[in-house]
Design a protein around this ligand. Sequence first.
Ligand code: NAP
Length: 305
Amino acid sequence: MRNVIIIGSGPAGYTAGLYSARALLKPLMFAGYMSGGQLMLTSDIENFPGYPNGIGGPEMMLELREQAERFGLEVQDKNVERVDFSERPYRVWVEGREFRSESIIICTGAESIWLGVEGEDAQKGRGISTCATCDGAFFRDEEVIVVGGGDSAMEEATFLTRFAKKVTIVHRRDVFRASKVMYERAVNHPKIEIKTHRIVKSWLSDDNGLTGAVLEDPRDNSTETVECTGAFIAIGHKPITNFLESQVETDDNGYILHKKNTMTSVEGVFAAGDVVDTRYRQAITAAGMGCQAAIDAEKWLEDQH
Ligand code: NAP
């Protein structure tokens, strides 16, 4: 029986862990088999205050975890399979074992969205990836495509110039969601070409792997083929909420809704980070919300006794 169980382990989870450990709530975290969240797949974080020279994503997650563990956060690198929030104490199942807790903080974040076009499934994890940091080095001196017009696409494309001979960014509009600084860095890079008003219709491959993409201009439906041996999809993310089986209210896209401060539709169940956030989705905002959720959980627990 626990005071707080934290599900998930990105900046929101570790910060919630840090605060609830310092509040002497003896929190237990299920960090997931792939602990650390999306920042484990990020190269340099340049916009987290306090790191004037930037810091690697995995390095930052390790340090956040160490900091929280120093104050007593207990971490298990396991996935939560299912939950039962129908009565208190709440129940959580991990590898078939049941855990009970008075309160829960959900920080499971989000995962990459794929395009879902013809030829993609066969090349997933081979020629087509959603993580340049993980797979970029496989494409040394090759030509690659990055799909998307947000910060992720700009970051992936710029990172890929370390290895690839040429990087083509394919974006469906000519307006970019990316921040100005990241867009400028990409657009001014000699190895990067940007193709706007293009959608990927299908991926082409042969026995050796990916060979290209068929792109369509939605304005006149004209198509062209671009050669590439690697492709990176950076078109956004979807929240990881399946394991909740609709026991917590979400919006139509699955993002958890806050009802009072960081409390969800279930009393004593809180949520923080990208699993909630449809707008900011930054490491610093996730960490801030993790802090809020821990403080809200602490006050709520106090009120119960
Ligand atoms: P995003 O900002 O939502 O951008 C997604 C991009 O993918 C948009 O350009 C969108 O096009 C395009 N897209 C979506 N669905 C598509 C589809 N089916 N086919 C083709 N294109 C599609 O997502 P993100 O780039 O992953 O960024 C998410 C958040 O993380 C943002 O708040 C961003 O600032 C943050 N982030 C920050 C950093 C950093 O600061 N270092 C790095 C990465 C991400 P439309 O514009 O036409 O909708």
